[in-house]
Write a protein that binds this ligand. Structure first.
Ligand code: T4K
Length: 401
């Protein structure tokens, strides 16, 4: 155990871990089952274009989420593009800036204009009052984000969308298996989008899905994700290639088989981080609503540099040196990124406050309780020795080491 700042790897002490500890280690599930499914797909001589494994994956996701329609896609970014395009959205799309770049890129890629709203700093979720204030005659849609698995305020956003007759979609990339008002995330707005990227609680290598109860929208999206080819094999509109392959579905099904176990492991990890860091001044573990289900996929801490003496970036560097690959999800926020920066700069005070402090810590089935205690020991040492660390840091910088 490290006792003094000079024990830290950043000052030459031994690294806390032999191998890197990551935020987004894939949750593969039973490898033999995956390989058996893959072999089955090869024997079936059907590799993509709505094969049986993709259909099974769609049915399993629709069932889990409790919606009528699920269209599996090659990733969530294309799925977001598909819902905006199939929703005939034009003009501006209101969305939080505190999200992954993909949410904004999906709109921009279609020639739409993302309009960034601020968030509630306590939850990181869109502030519905700010969304309402940003609605103009140019608004074509609102995209809510269930950030870090915490459901966005779906009712408030649904009311704004209905009042102004604009489409409402949700980026649910983080929220498979989470609930809102006791109902599974996935059934709100016109459609919702999940991600099955390698780093998600359920992975399909790369993958995504649109879920919706709107049969007409589902039919258009199904056609659009396959070059605009409709059920009668005729191209009815401009489409793209957004399909999921059988190989991805084999992985998705296998990872889905393990989801209950993954979620339980993540829940235990989240609880342990929360208790280990409870008394650490200046470090707050982002909590999840106790009355809702979660996938506990992200463990997010907020680092208050004035209380700890070291800011988030310095803590991230200290952890990296120990082989703990913490990620600043999401910093910079979208409106601070080169493609979306404006002159004069847009100010979103709560988003910027969060973006300065936020850090995602490693979790997932490959992260053990012992790993977490060790990560928390480093955080505790670093944040309670801020002044000493800064002095040592500056001294070594002056000496060129
Ligand atoms: N909306 C939201 C709110 C999202 O967060 C995302 C994606 C999307 C939409 C779009 O979904 P997709 O189109 O991807 O389906 C990662 C993921 O690439 C991205 O999918 C995810 N969000 C985002 C939050 O995280 P990076 O740039 O941080 O990835 P990378 O390569 O640095 O990996 C992150 C960590 O995971 C590293 O510590 C390494 C580890 N890792 C990664 C991969 C790929 C592994 O251990 N194994 C792996 O195979 O974006």
């Amino acid at each position: 155990m490290k006792r003094v700042p000079t024990d830290l790897a950043i000052f030459g002490g031994p690294e806390a871990f032999l191998h890197p500890l990551h935020v987004g280690r894939p949750t593969i599930g039973d490898r033999q089952r995956f390989l058996a499914r893959l072999e089955w797909a090869l024997n079936n001589n059907w590799l993509t274009n709505g094969g049986p494994l993709v259909r099974e994956f769609e049915a399993r996701v629709a069932d889990l989420v409790g919606v009528r329609h699920c269209i599996a896609t090659c990733n969530a970014t294309v799925a977001l593009e598909l819902v905006l395009r199939a929703g005939d959205v034009t003009g501006e799309v209101i969305m939080p800036s505190m999200t992954f770049a993909a949410t904004a890129h999906a709109a921009s890629w279609l020639g739409l204009t993302p309009v960034f709203c601020d968030v509630d700093p306590a939850t990181g979720l869109v502030d519905p009052d700010h969304v309402a204030a940003l609605v103009t005659p140019q608004t074509g849609a609102i995209v809510g984000v269930h950030l870090w698995g915490r459901p966005a305020p779906v009712e408030a956003l649904a009311k704004i969308a209905a009042d102004h007759q604009v489409k409402l979609f949700f980026d649910a990339a983080h929220a498979l298996g989470c609930t809102t008002g006791g109902r599974p995330v996935g059934g709100s707005g016109d459609a919702e989008v999940f991600s099955f990227h390698a780093t998600k609680a359920v992975t399909a290598f790369e993958g995504g899905a649109v879920v919706t109860d709107d049969g007409l929208l589902a039919e258009r999206i199904r056609a659009m994700h396959n070059f605009g080819i409709g059920p009668d094999k005729v191209v009815t509109e401009i489409g793209t290639n957004g399909k999921m392959s059988e190989c991805a579905a084999a992985m998705g099904l296998t990872s889905l088989d393990a989801f209950a176990e993954t979620r339980e492991h993540n829940r235990v990890n989240h609880a342990l981080y929360t208790s280990e860091l409870r008394d650490v001044r200046g470090v707050t573990v982002h909590s999840l609503p106790p009355d809702e289900e979660s996938n506990y996929q992200y463990v997010i801490i907020l680092v208050d540099g004035t209380a700890t003496g070291i800011d988030r970036d310095r803590l991230q560097a200290i952890l990296r040196a120990e082989k703990v690959v913490a990620q600043p999800y999401f910093s910079p926020a979208c409106h601070q990124m080169t493609p979306y920066r404006t002159e004069p700069p847009l100010r979103l005070t709560q988003t910027e406050w969060l973006a300065e402090r936020v850090l995602a810590l490693p979790t997932g089935p490959s992260v053990s309780s012992e790993d977490i205690r060790r990560v928390c020991d480093v955080i505790r040492l670093a944040t309670t020795s801020g002044a000493l660390i800064n002095a040592e840091w500056d001294k070594r910088k002056r000496n060129g080491s």
